[in-house]
Design a protein around this ligand. Structure first.
Ligand code: PLP
Ligand code: LYS
Length: 425
């Protein structure tokens, strides 16, 4: 059940009306529901009950410290992609020993930082990266735990910009090179070969490609075992999609069903061949943990009737939410106060000087200047991809918990945006 619902005609986050939030904190603002976040995490945690499994939340989806803290308290680990994200985990009280480090371009400084904090594992994506990590670990007198991100060449059937498991993508080690790369890694003195991972793409509605990737990883784990290379974990990445309300997309697979099928396959593998004995299973979900946890609250500034189109100009823009501009993503827009019949069909656009600055197109809406709108299902890849384009301060972030509202990130002030700049003397 969604924690965002109309009560007496006004959209609420849990027990608080979004009109009241806009009045007190202004717009644009990201508003998250704590109960929704905990529910989403529980759907993973419950399916992992009694299993040797770890859910490493992919914090690139939403890295607000308060969100990380809430998840850490539920036992989450974290999938990070930069040294900055590791510092966020630490600042939020997360456990670095439950952190896995993904990404194709880790710097030496980032490797050092992660080794100092003794993270669980580096998801290595290339041979040069293996050598760099071996050197850095050696210079610190340490051994780095590594997992190879294998590119299983599986079609995730998602938007080309968010598919990551095909031969043409920059990610991972080619499936056909994986064994040789493992052999090379096993020879490096400052590495400890610990796992295998893949991440084939994001916003997958069907889990069939993920299960196909799992089969390919199992095949590799068996081949490695036959050579005496035994792994500690198998990491299937993230990727489970969510319902954005776009009817053309259809419904995503429920998390519990997907995890159930993963564990069933792993059990069958163990029963048949004793393969993967004692192997831990790791997931790296991002969107499915935070996507439906948040909305972007915005105010209508003007209605403009153009020659071909009507525009609803709002105070949020592509700098606040880049998904439509970047992926032509369909995001649901709803009025905060339920109105009568729509007054027209509008493109919802922001104040930025780009034709690509749109949030929604061709929507039938009942709106007038001064009204509030929300972009629904905006909790993932919203604030984390926000920018300061046009010297716009990023939106405030709030978490609603029952009847309470917590401001978890203040609205940026324009002076903050140029505070690090200086004039030439
Ligand atoms: C390596 C890695 N793991 C996990 C994720 C999280 O993916 P999602 O938000 O689709 O669950 C991503 C982003 O797609 C990723 O690049
Ligand atoms: N940022 C993307 C997904 C990419 C995930 C990162 N690997 C989105 O908004 O859908």
């Amino acid at each position: 059940m969604s924690q965002f619902s109309y009560q007496n005609g006004v959209l609420h986050a849990e027990g608080v009306s979004l009109s009241a939030i806009a009045e007190q904190y202004g717009t644009p603002a990201y508003v998250y529901s704590k109960a929704q976040l905990l529910d989403n995490f529980a759907s993973y945690a419950d399916a992992c009950q009694g299993r040797d499994a770890l859910v490493c939340y992919a914090m690139k989806a939403n890295s607000n410290l308060a969100i990380l803290d809430l998840l850490a308290r539920q036992g989450a680990g974290f999938d990070i992609v930069s040294g900055g994200e590791l510092l966020r985990v630490i600042a939020a009280g997360g456990d670095p020993q439950k952190v896995i480090f993904s990404g194709v371009g880790k710097s030496m400084e980032e490797m050092r930082l992660a080794l100092e904090h003794d993270i669980l594992c580096f998801n290595v994506e290339s041979i040069p990266e293996l050598h760099r990590l071996n050197d850095v670990a050696g210079s610190m007198g340490k051994k780095a735990r590594v997992s190879l991100r294998v590119n299983p060449n599986v079609d995730a059937k998602t938007h080309p910009y968010i598919a990551t498991g095909l031969k043409a993508n920059k990610f991972g080690v080619a499936f056909t090179d994986a064994l040789a790369t493992y052999r090379a890694a096993a020879q490096l003195p400052h590495l400890n070969v610990a796992g295998i991972d893949c991440h084939i793409g994001s916003q997958l509605l069907d889990d069939a490609p993920l299960l196909e990737a799992l089969d390919k990883l199992i095949e590799l784990i068996d081949a490695l075992g036959a050579e005496g290379i035994h792994l500690h974990h198998l990491d299937l990445g993230g990727g489970i999609g969510i319902d954005y309300g776009d009817e053309e997309d259809g419904a995503p697979v429920p998390v519990g069903d997907y995890l159930g099928r993963v564990f069933k396959r792993i059990d069958a593998w163990r029963a048949a061949s004793h393969g993967g004995k004692g192997i831990k299973v790791i997931f790296e979900p991002g969107r499915s943990i935070v996507g439906n946890t948040g909305v972007l609250l915005t105010k209508v500034e003007f209605i403009k009737h153009g020659e071909e189109k009507n525009f609803c100009i709002v105070d949020a823009a592509m700098n606040d939410m880049a998904r439509p501009a970047l992926y032509q993503a369909w995001m649901d827009m709803q009025p905060v106060v339920q109105g009568d019949a729509p007054v027209g069909t509008f493109d919802v656009v922001g104040p930025i000087c780009e034709s690509g600055d749109w949030l929604a197109r061709d929507r039938a809406l009942a709106i007038a200047p001064g009204d509030l709108l929300v972009m629904k299902t905006a909790g993932a890849y919203g604030m984390t991809m926000a920018s300061n384009y046009n010297t716009r301060g990023r939106a405030a972030e709030l978490i609603v918990d029952g009847a309470q509202v917590h401001l978890v990130r203040q609205r940026e002030n324009p002076a903050d945006l140029f505070a690090l700049e200086s004039l030439i003397k």
